[in-house]
Design a protein around this ligand. Structure first.
Ligand code: CA
Length: 532
């Protein structure tokens, strides 16, 4: 054989092998929402379980693997997504708080999947600013995006879509599966919903959902944070003092609403969104809320009763937004079946962090306490994940990039900081699997005023360091105190454990090369001390 034919033979042979491999590699449907706390998923068995908010996600869990100990590394929207893109902690990928801009020129897992022969697409909330790189097709919401008639940015430019955001994003993904997907390549499709993020505007068809029931209250709705470091007492995310009854809960809110906000930094996005709603949409909206507003205005509630009313309206709207997400997952899975793709597609459900749904009297996230540290993670990998399996090992969003790469048979770059979850998905636990996770939150002073902190969590214990003020620490035994109400830091009986956890925390900070502590101006320290 002369060298020309030899080359031709070997290159055809090589391409043949690649396409044979490509045919067998699984597709990935990654449904990722915003602020969906695990305890608002039936399968996670939290206090909201009785409301049955997520039958479709629960079914996915019964058919696949549910990660019980799944955590984020920085509990806020943009940073969680940047960790997933890069497989690196915030201080390494440069997106430490929502004020940062993601450097899309850096190494990301979708780029590496493309190189490995995958077709990639992303629809919905990106929150990383700039044009997404590493995707064959994409459409993203500008910033936080809107629930009704949102603008979306496409490769060719921005345009306004008519309808409800969760449905529109699902439409884009379904359209991609039918009309833009290549039969030659396996795919990675990311469907990233805005819901159930603030301002919790449900789809019109879900407005009457839960209307006649009372949502159970969390045990810690009236927490007074007496055992916490001072930061927990001077935050700004209380349902009582900070959740706005008009802008957050739509009370008496109309597009011509012209009152000054009750708080300087009030989020007015619901009101702005109402101005974009059509008359037909507004009519359905008002028909639902007006009689309830009237009832509230006449009741003249105050004190704890007012907090309880606010909690009910907030939790119902939040869970209605969750319902939209649950329906989206159902539609996407039906489409996989219609297209004959379900047997070779891994379906993943996750959300960028957890959330307080009245827990500790709060809404929002950011803290390293359980409700916002936890992330839902449910994976159905046909033929691989055992139905109804519950994984107890400690995992993080830091691990997703390497997991996707191993699924695709691609190599994992040495500078990624997580671990592939593929062995766990197969039901095998590597002997040296991590015994603790590392966390670092950076956004202070900023909205909700949560001080910067870092910490470590094992399967049983948690140690947190609020390093900006008086070097405050908190430590919890999650087995005896799952609600984190009893700070055992500094207690005589805990000193040995405390020493051990501190040593491991120092080890992890060195291991992840984290020296990114944020110092603040002395006048902020003074202000903080006066308040606390
Ligand atoms: Ca979020």
């Amino acid at each position: 054989m002369n060298s020309f034919f030899k080359n031709l033979f070997f290159s055809s042979f090589f391409i043949g092998i690649i396409s044979l491999l490509a045919d067998k590699r699984p597709n990935i449907l990654f449904v990722f929402t915003d602020d969906h706390a695990p305890h608002a998923i039936g399968a996670y068995n939290g206090w909201l379980k009785s409301v049955n908010p997520t039958p479709v996600i629960d079914k996915l869990a019964s058919e696949g693997m549910l990660f019980v100990n799944s955590f984020c590394s920085n509990s806020i929207c943009g940073p969680s997504r940047a960790v997933i893109q890069t497989g690196k902690h915030s201080h390494k990928n440069g997106f430490m708080n929502n004020g940062n801009t993601f450097d899309w020129n850096q190494q990301t897992f979708p780029k590496l999947l493309q190189k490995a022969g995958y077709q990639t697409a992303i629809y919905g909330k990106s929150h990383l600013k700039g044009k997404p790189q590493g995707y064959d097709d994409w459409a993203v919401l500008p910033g936080q995006g809107l629930y009704y008639n949102p603008d979306m940015i496409f490769p060719e430019g921005k345009r306004r879509l008519e309808g409800y955001c969760t449905d529109l994003v699902t439409d884009l993904a379904v359209n991609w599966l039918n009309n833009k997907r290549s039969d030659e390549k396996p795919f990675m499709l990311m469907v990233q919903h805005k819901a159930p993020h603030r301002n919790w505007m449900p789809a019109l068809r879900h407005l009457d959902l839960y209307a006649d029931i009372s949502i159970p209250e969390p045990a810690t709705l009236f927490d007074d944070w007496q055992d916490n470091a001072p930061g927990a007492r001077v935050q700004e995310l209380e349902i009582d003092r900070h959740m706005d009854i008009n802008y957050d809960l739509f009370l008496n809110l109309t597009p011509d609403y012209n009152q000054p906000p009750s708080q300087k930094s009030q989020d007015r996005s619901a009101w702005h969104n109402m101005k974009r709603m059509t008359q037909e949409q507004l009519k359905v909206w008002r028909d639902h809320y007006s009689p309830r507003d009237k009832e509230f205005n006449e009741a003249k509630l105050s004190g704890k009763e007012l907090v309880r009313w606010k909690f009910q309206r907030y939790a119902k709207n939040y869970l209605r937004c969750v319902k939209g997400v649950d329906e989206s997952l159902e539609r996407l899975q039906k489409e996989l079946i219609n297209l004959g793709l379900d047997k070779n597609t891994i379906v993943i459900y996750s959300s960028d962090q957890g959330f307080y749904i009245g827990d500790h009297g709060w809404y929002d996230k950011r803290w390293m306490y359980e409700e916002s540290l936890k992330m839902p993670l449910i994976v159905k990998w046909p033929g691989v994940t055992k139905p109804q399996s519950r994984q107890m090992e400690l995992v993080q969003n830091l691990d997703y990039a390497q997991t996707f790469l191993e699924i695709a048979g691609a190599s994992q770059p040495k500078d990624m900081q997580g671990r592939s979850l593929v062995p766990l998905l197969k039901g095998e636990t590597p002997k040296n699997w991590r015994k603790e996770i590392y966390y670092h939150y950076y956004e202070y002073p900023s909205v909700h005023m949560i001080p910067c902190h870092y910490g470590i969590r094992t399967k049983r214990h948690k140690l947190m360091h609020f390093y900006q003020f008086d070097k405050e620490w908190e430590m919890y035994d999650l087995k005896t105190d799952p609600d984190e109400l009893s700070n055992i830091y500094g207690q005589k009986k805990s000193l040995l454990l405390q020493k051990k956890l501190k040593k491991r925390l120092t080890y992890l900070r060195n291991f992840y090369e984290d020296d990114s502590d944020v110092t603040i101006r002395p006048d902020y320290i003074e202000k903080f001390r006066k308040k606390s």
